[in-house]
Design a protein around this ligand. Structure first.
Ligand code: FE2
Ligand code: FE2
Length: 195
């Protein structure tokens, strides 16, 4: 039995304990690596910050955070991990774990499928998902390239190098979400640019 994370770590109540448990049971065993659980939480935090500045779907953002790296098998390029995460989302949707519409599921699947392969999108929700993921690159000592971002809010953060606005949220102030204090994470040997 895999270790169950604290449900309070996620912002959106759409992410229930049973959903988290189901994802973890069907994810790789790497949930405590650099692309693991604490990364997922910060992606949600970052995405919700960006949603304050964009007309984005927060439920899809939260679910992207949960699924996009859930089926990684390594911390390098890992081709296809986005599509595997999307397949898991579709399975759990079919099983009744995701209280979202078919249209929301379609957006979630697209966001997961292409999050490492495609830098830009016209969809504001997917833009927030992808930028939220890339704004977490400083966890491994890499400054996010503003030219690889979609939203103005994310570009401003990356261009300034000042990420404090992401932490100055109710969730961001939680100690365990501060990327500077995540002790189990370390820089991988072959880091992929998009996360
Ligand atoms: Fe990824
Ligand atoms: Fe990621």
């Amino acid at each position: 039995m895999k270790k169950t994370p604290p449900i309070m770590s996620f912002r959106n109540p759409i992410i229930t304990q049973s959903l988290v448990n189901s994802v973890i049971e069907q994810s790789s065993s790497r949930m405590y690596g650099i692309h693991g659980l604490t990364h997922w939480m910060r992606v949600e935090r970052n995405g919700h910050y960006l949603a304050e500045h964009n007309a984005a779907d927060r439920d899809v953002i939260s679910l992207f955070a949960l699924f996009h790296d859930a089926r990684r098998v390594n911390d390098n390029c890992d081709p296809g991990h986005g599509k595997r995460g999307a397949e898991l989302a579709k399975k759990l949707y079919k099983d009744g774990f995701l209280p979202i519409s078919a249209e929301q599921l379609s957006t979630l699947v697209t966001a997961c499928n292409y999050h490492t392969e495609q830098p830009f999108t016209e969809d504001p929700t997917i833009a927030c998902c992808w930028d939220a993921d890339r704004l977490d690159l400083p966890r491994v000592g890499i400054r996010t390239n503003p030219n690889r971002l979609n939203t103005e809010a994310a570009k401003q953060i990356a261009a300034s190098g000042d990420y404090t606005c992401l932490k100055n949220t109710a969730q961001g102030r939680r100690k365990y979400l501060d990327c500077q204090k995540v002790k189990h994470e370390s820089r991988p040997s072959g880091l992929f640019a998009y996360g």
